[in-house]
Design a protein around this ligand. Structure first.
Ligand code: 5GP
Ligand code: MN
Length: 372
C-alpha cells in the first residue's frame, strides 16, 4: 500500500496529549500504510469499547486499501452484534471458535494493533497470549488502562485521562492526513463504532467523562452519528430475563457496615434464567446509586473461579482493591479480577465471607493507601 504522508497535523489532538505523540502519530500512519496485513485485537470477553475500537480500526485500514482482520480471544456478545456489518463478520475471528485461523492470521500479519488492553498476559488476552507473545511483526498499543507493558510494543498510545480506547483512537484517526481534524472525513462506519465504544465505557456519559470526551462526541454528532439509534440498540433491546435476574440479584444483595455492596451470581442462577455472556453488563454499577455504598462487587461463578467486577465512588480505589484481593486490576473506579477456588477460597460457600473480610480491611485503613 502506498500512501503519501502529509504531515499537516492540527493542534486539537495535542491539546491534551503529550508533545512526543506528534512523532508517534506520524509513525503510526507510516506503519499502518506500510503493513501488508494487520491483525487487530482486544481483550477477553470483548465489550463495547473493545468492539468499537477494533471495528473503527479495521474500517480505517480497509478504507486505505489495506488488509486487516479482527482477531479476538473469544466471541463477542450477541448484544453487540449490531455493531458489525454482515460483510464484516468473516473478518472477525475468535480464537475460541477457530484457533487455527487465528494462528494463521497472526503468522501472515506483519502488524498487530492491540486495543483496550495493555498486557500480553493470559488473564487479559486469553488464548491470544501465546500468539501475541511469539508474534514476529510490530505491535502497536492503543489503550487507556494504567501500567502498560510498554517494552512489548514498538509504538504505544496510552492515556488514562480519557474515557475509552475508542476516544483515544478517535483523536489519533482525527489527525490522520485524510481526516485533517475534520471528523466528517472519517471513513464510513468509523464514527458510529467510536461513538458506541465511548458510550458503553462511560455508561452513557455517567463516568470517565473528560472535556475531550464531549469534544469527541460533538464532532461525531456533527459527522452524522445517529446517537438515538445507538442508544436504542444498546439499552432498549435487552431480553426480559436480564431484568428478572437483576431483580433477584438486587433482592439478595448485601450491604456491609463498611459501605460495600456485593452480589453473587451462581452458575445455577445463570442457567435457570438462560443468561448469556455480556447480559450482566452494567449490573455492578447499580448498587452505587445507594448513598452509603462506596464500593460495589459483583461475583460471577465460573469453572474453578469467580469473575469479580468492582466499581467504586471517588476516593476509593477499585483498582487497588482488585489488585490486592482479587488477582486483578483495571481503572481507578472500575476494575475486575478473579477469585480462585481452592487457592483463595475453599469452595463457593466461602465467597461472601471472603468479600466481607477483605473489604473490611480495605475500607478501614488509611484512605491514602487505597488511592493509587
Ligand atoms: P468488568 O468489571 O467490566 O469486567 O471490568 C472492568 C475493568 O476491569 C476492565 O475494563 C478491565 O480494565 C479491568 N479488569 C477486568 N478483569 C480484569 C482482570 O482479570 N485483570 C485485570 N488486570 N484487569 C481486569
Ligand atoms: Mn475500555
Amino acid at each position: 500500500m502506498i500512501c503519501n504522508i502529509i504531515c499537516n497535523f492540527a493542534n486539537q489532538f495535542f491539546l491534551f496529549m503529550k508533545e512526543p505523540d506528534r512523532q508517534n502519530i506520524e509513525e503510526f500512519y507510516r506503519t499502518v500504510c506500510q503493513s501488508g496485513h494487520t491483525v487487530i485485537t482486544s481483550h477477553i470477553r470483548p465489550d463495547g469499547d473493545a468492539m468499537g475500537s477494533c471495528l473503527a480500526m479495521m474500517r480505517y485500514i480497509r478504507s486505505l486499501g489495506g488488509n486487516a482482520d479482527i482477531v479476538l480471544p473469544d466471541r463477542f456478545p450477541q448484544s453487540l452484534g449490531f455493531m458489525a456489518e454482515n460483510h464484516e463478520t468473516g473478518h472477525i475471528i475468535s480464537a475460541e471458535d477457530d484457533f487455527g485461523r487465528a494462528s494463521e492470521l497472526f503468522r501472515k500479519a506483519d502488524l498487530a494493533i492491540c486495543l483496550d488492553f495493555n498486557r500480553l498476559a493470559e488473564n487479559r488476552c486469553g488464548k491470544l497470549a501465546p500468539l501475541l507473545e511469539r508474534f514476529k511483526g510490530k505491535r502497536i498499543l492503543i489503550d487507556h488502562h494504567p501500567a502498560p507493558e510498554l517494552e512489548r510494543f514498538s509504538l504505544a498510545f496510552t492515556e488514562t485521562e480519557i474515557s475509552s480506547a475508542s476516544e483515544l483512537l478517535f483523536w489519533i484517526l482525527n489527525e490522520m492526513p485524510g481526516t485533517g481534524s475534520d471528523a466528517r472525513k472519517l471513513p464510513a462506519g468509523v464514527p458510529e463504532a467510536l461513538f458506541t465504544g465511548m458510550t458503553t465505557d462511560t455508561n452513557n456519559f455517567a463516568n470517565s467523562v473528560f472535556p475531550s470526551t464531549f469534544r469527541m462526541a460533538s464532532a461525531l454528532l456533527e459527522a452524522g452519528v445517529d446517537r438515538d439509534m445507538i442508544l436504542d440498540r444498546l439499552y432498549s433491546e435487552y431480553k426480559e430475563r436480564r431484568l428478572r435476574i437483576l431483580g433477584q440479584l438486587l433482592d439478595e444483595m448485601k450491604i456491609t457496615e463498611d459501605g460495600v455492596a456485593y452480589m453473587i451470581l451462581s452458575k445455577s442462577a445463570m442457567k435457570k434464567f438462560g443468561i448469556e455472556e455480556g447480559e450482566t453488563e452494567g449490573f455492578v454499577n447499580i448498587p452505587l446509586s445507594v448513598g452509603k455504598v462506596k464500593l460495589s462487587c459483583l461475583l460471577k461463578e465460573d469453572d474453578g473461579f469467580f469473575r469479580v467486577s468492582l466499581r467504586s465512588k471517588k476516593g476509593i480505589s477499585a483498582n487497588r482493591c482488585a489488585f490486592e484481593f482479587f488477582n486483578g486490576g483495571g481503572h481507578e473506579q472500575a476494575s475486575g479480577g478473579r477469585l480462585h477456588i481452592p487457592e483463595d477460597i475453599r469452595d463457593i460457600s466461602e465467597a461472601a465471607g471472603y468479600i466481607e473480610r477483605v473489604t473490611h480491611i480495605f475500607m478501614n485503613r488509611d484512605n491514602a493507601q487505597n488511592i493509587q
